[in-house]
Design a protein around this ligand. Structure first.
Ligand SMILES: [Zn+2]
Length: 458
């Protein structure tokens, strides 16, 4: 029901159309038709005689499929006097049997009761919807065929982009089962070029033949429309379908979600939609991962890289799931590598051969030049050495792009590290601080050692 249709308006609309003929739907046979305007309403469902801009049009005849049985409405447009009129929505639920078309005209077009309108269905959208609708019927059956028991269908949804199977949450229904069903449809049923039989029977006959007819909405003046894909499935259905399964070409398994009470499986027979889906969720993601791995030429990623190259070409949900699992593997390897790097650099920092020791005033300077020797790496060395020395120490690491240093002293000595640190902050590019016994400083610019010596030699 349109959400701006208030109850009092609904009563008015219902009584107004009661005297009018029902809309003839010709959209199963034809994608265009001429219809006559038999009533007009503004955006708020007030009856009007003339319409320019946005409003609702009731026609005696239409080719536009209106949302029902899970299938979304057609897209398309109208034409009057060479002016195109946009179709925004179609609704057949406001009053059963009547098709209301939400339209938008341009400023110079006026619609009046009695006017004829030429209606044109968007053929690509309709064909994609029909492919997805037909695929939905046979995928549902292919999925059940993989299991040794029945699983309830909770609902279904489809449009030109994709179709969705909603089934009861059954533990034996896994993504692997959905993938087997996908392969069966693609390898057996689509190439078999099976044409559906579509016919109408009485509600009594539908009940007697045990078709799940209670799910189908049938108006009292209508028969039950049955769609049979011979050897596969027979169901009541009011949607649009392909002439033969080969038209679907190929279906793609897009997504699988297990919820508390249901399982939602997304698929499509629309190649363009599948291509965009897997470009976003597979190709782009894999490219990001490959770039990431390239940042670590030291790590062996050959197995993962090879697997990703295969997954990139395998368009299905299982590939997306596998890529997400490989993200964890990659992260684990990188973390492991970085941990080992820290170990190696720490060991290297503790090798006396990498240091030059000189006295400056009361301090002993340990000097080196290695951008990998951060203060974090140097801290264990500093703490260990100050225990052995009965003097305050300065660990000074200067390199092309910057410097870092640690000032440390035994707690028993009186030296004032804080005052020294204050001088370093004002007279050099070093930044940082600490406690009376331990100061850590860093510079992001090159730092001449002479600047530091002067402060300690005074
Ligand atoms: Zn159908």
């Amino acid at each position: 029901m349109p959400n701006n249709l208030r109850n009092d308006n609904l009563v008015k609309v219902t009584s107004l159309v009661a005297n009018l003929p029902r809309t003839t739907f010709v959209g199963f046979e034809s994608l265009s038709s001429q219809g006559q305007i038999i009533a007009l309403f503004d955006e708020d469902w007030k009856p009007i005689n003339k319409l320019t801009g946005h409003g609702w049009v009731l026609l005696n005849k239409t080719p536009f499929f209106a949302e029902g049985g899970g299938q979304a409405s057609d897209r398309g447009y109208f034409e009057k006097d060479q002016q195109q009129i946009s179709l925004i929505a179609v609704n057949k639920d406001v009053v059963a049997g009547y098709f209301f078309h939400k339209v938008a005209t341009n400023a110079k077009t006026e619609l009046a009761i009695g006017d004829s309108l030429n209606a044109f269905v968007d053929e690509k959208w309709r064909h994609d919807s029909s492919k997805n609708h037909s695929a939905l019927h046979i995928t549902w059956q292919a999925t059940l065929n993989q299991l040794d028991h029945f699983v309830d269908e909770v609902g279904s949804k489809l449009n030109g982009d994709k179709y969705q199977l909603q089934l009861a949450n059954d533990p034996s229904l896994t993504p692997e089962v959905a993938w087997e069903a996908t392969k069966h449809v693609n390898e057996i049923w689509i190439p078999a070029n099976i044409a559906p039989n579509i016919f109408e029977i009485s509600p009594e006959e539908a009940k007697a033949k045990n078709y799940l007819y209670e799910f189908t909405k049938v108006n009292p003046w209508e028969l039950v429309r049955i769609v049979e894909f011979p050897t596969i499935i027979t169901e009541p259905c009011s949607g649009t379908h392909v002439k033969s399964t080969k038209e679907m070409e190929q279906i793609y398994f897009l997504d699988f979600e297990r919820k508390a009470k249901s399982i939602v499986i997304d698929m499509t027979a629309n190649y363009d939609f599948a291509q965009q889906w897997f470009f976003d969720k597979l190709v782009t993601k894999i490219k990001t991962l490959v770039d990431k791995m390239h940042q670590y030429p030291q790590i062996d990623f050959v197995d993962i890289t090879e697997e990703l190259m295969g997954l990139e070409k395998s368009w299905n949900y299982l590939s997306i799931r596998r890529v997400n699992a490989l993200v964890n593997d990659i992260t684990k390897r990188i973390n492991q590598f970085e941990k080992e790097q820290v170990k190696l650099i720490t060991a290297e920092s503790q090798n006396p051969a990498n240091w030059n020791q000189i006295s400056k005033g009361e301090f002993v300077f340990w000097e080196t030049s290695n951008p990998n020797f951060t203060n974090k790496i140097l801290l264990p060395l500093a703490i260990n050495e100050v225990k052995k020395a009965n003097r305050p120490l300065v660990f000074l690491n200067t390199f092309a792009s910057g410097a870092n240093c640690i000032l440390i002293k035994p707690a028993s000595l009186e030296n004032d590290l804080k005052t020294l640190a204050q001088k370093l902050l004002t007279k050099t590019s070093l930044k940082g601080g600490g406690q009376p016994t331990l100061i850590q400083m860093v510079s992001n610019e090159p730092l001449p050692k002479q600047e530091i010596y002067k402060i300690f030699e005074k």
